[in-house]
Structures are given as C-alpha cells and as structure tokens.
Design a protein around this ligand. Sequence first.
Ligand SMILES: Nc1ncnc2c1ncn2[C@@H]1O[C@H](COP(=O)(O)OP(=O)(O)OP(=O)(O)O)[C@@H](O)[C@H]1O
Length: 255
Amino acid sequence: MTNSDRALSIEANELTKCFGSFCAVDRLSFGVNRGEIFGFLGANGAGKTTAIRMLCGLLEPSSGRASVAGFDVGSMAEKVKQNIGYMSQRFSLCDDLTVRENIRFYGGIYGLCDRDIKARTGEMLQRLDLASSADVRLGSLPPGWKQKLAFSVAMVHNPEIVFLDEPTGGVDPVTRRRFWELIYEAASRDVTIFVTTHYMDEAEYCDRVSIMVDGRIAALDSPRHLKETFDVPSMNEVFLRLARSTGDEKREERQ
Ligand SMILES: Nc1ncnc2c1ncn2[C@@H]1O[C@H](COP(=O)(O)OP(=O)(O)OP(=O)(O)O)[C@@H](O)[C@H]1O
C-alpha cells in the first residue's frame, strides 16, 4: 500500500500529554477517514489545543502515538508539518499585503517554488472569484472574503488534511454558512477536515463529531447517532448533557 492509498488521515492510539502530574490529554484513540469532516469539540480547557498541537507535530506526546497523513507525529514531525494545512482565527493573513502577495508569501512558507506559486495563485483567484481584487490590500476586504482566502491559503500546498481551529469565530451566521460550503467543496476533493468550533450548528454539519471532556473523548459518532443516543433534538443538548454529567460527577467527588 502506498502512502496515498491509506484510508485514514489520522490514527491516534492512546495519545497522551501530561504537564507534570496533570494529564491534559489522556489516552486519546480515534481515527479520521480521508475526506471526512471531523468535528473536534470540548468545553474550554478540555484539552483540544493540546491534542491539536500534538497532531500537528508541534508538541511531543508524553506517551502513545499518532500518525497524521501517514507520518508519526513524534518521530516525523517535520513531514507531518509539510503535509497538513492549518488555519485559525488568531493566526491569519497579513492585512497590509495584497491578496496576491498573501498567497505568494504563504506559498513560500509552505515550501512551494515560484512556478507552483504562480500556478496556484491563478487557480485560487479564479476559484474564489477574487481575480479582480488580486492587487487590493487584504485589510480593505470584508471579513468573509478574508476568511475564504485564509482557508484556501492553508491548502496552497495541496495538503491531505487541514486543521481548522475555530475558523469562523466572530463572523455572522450567513458568512459562516458560506464558509462551510468551502469546507464541503474541499472535502469533496478528498481533503480531510479536522475542525474545532464552539458553534453547535456547525457541529451538525460534520460527518462525525468527537466531544472531549477532561482530556478524554467522552463521545464520538455522527451528529445523528449522538442525538439518538442521548435522545435529544440538537448537538447543543448533546454537548450540555456531557458537560453537565462531568460537572455532576465532580460535585459528587467533592462531597
Ligand atoms: N504548557 C502547559 N502547562 C501546564 N498546563 C497546560 C499547558 N498547556 C495547557 N495546559 C492545561 O491543559 C488543559 C487543557 O488545555 P487546552 O488549551 O488544551 O484546552 P482547550 O480544550 O484547547 O481549551 P480552549 O477551548 O479554552 O482553548 C488546561 O487545564 C490547561 O490549563
């Protein structure tokens, strides 16, 4: 089997990160299929960022292992970084550069040669309908356009998988819905999408969703099955059930 024939983009096996005696991520085991839209949810402090940092090759696991795009995150972290895209609300594009300059800049960071950058720039401007704004300073464009571009730039090097860390924070629902059309379009080209969000309507759009509670995966399934299992009408209620049950357990432990 060649690397490109793999069915799974992410395989985590007992992946763990402890800071001193505190385990922020506690033996995570799960797989993400090629071309799947996988939602990674959890309350603040549940351990999502720590897990993502390990999966992106930025933080060494304390124990366990994970492979991303076919590369081990512990021993082949550089290969992992070359084969993933990453977009977050915090780490975004440069407002002072034009649209074209942003694509060129990030193409360079992702290691593309000039010829590939030029080809990808043309494709991207056309696909995003941004050709007439190519030489406009990014700062003067509406937030929805910037977000579209940030997502495409995260995939400028054609990665197998893209990590989206709360990509739609601070934008209105219509813009968010449009952004999800881009996500579906990328997934239809077999790009794997790993997305964290605090918006429960977005959790409904994912193929499968995992919910982290206190460093562990408390539930993982399609939104439909999760709602059936918990016998509730929305992902918001699934989320509240899990968060509430651990809160209750903690209160019982303290008593
Ligand atoms: N470098 C560190 N040293 C010690 N504790 C840490 C470190 N990084 C994270 N933690 C702790 O690990 C836990 C999980 O943090 P993490 O940032 O992964 O959560 P999160 O689910 O991403 O939360 P948020 O949604 O708020 O970003 C938290 O209790 C946090 O304080």
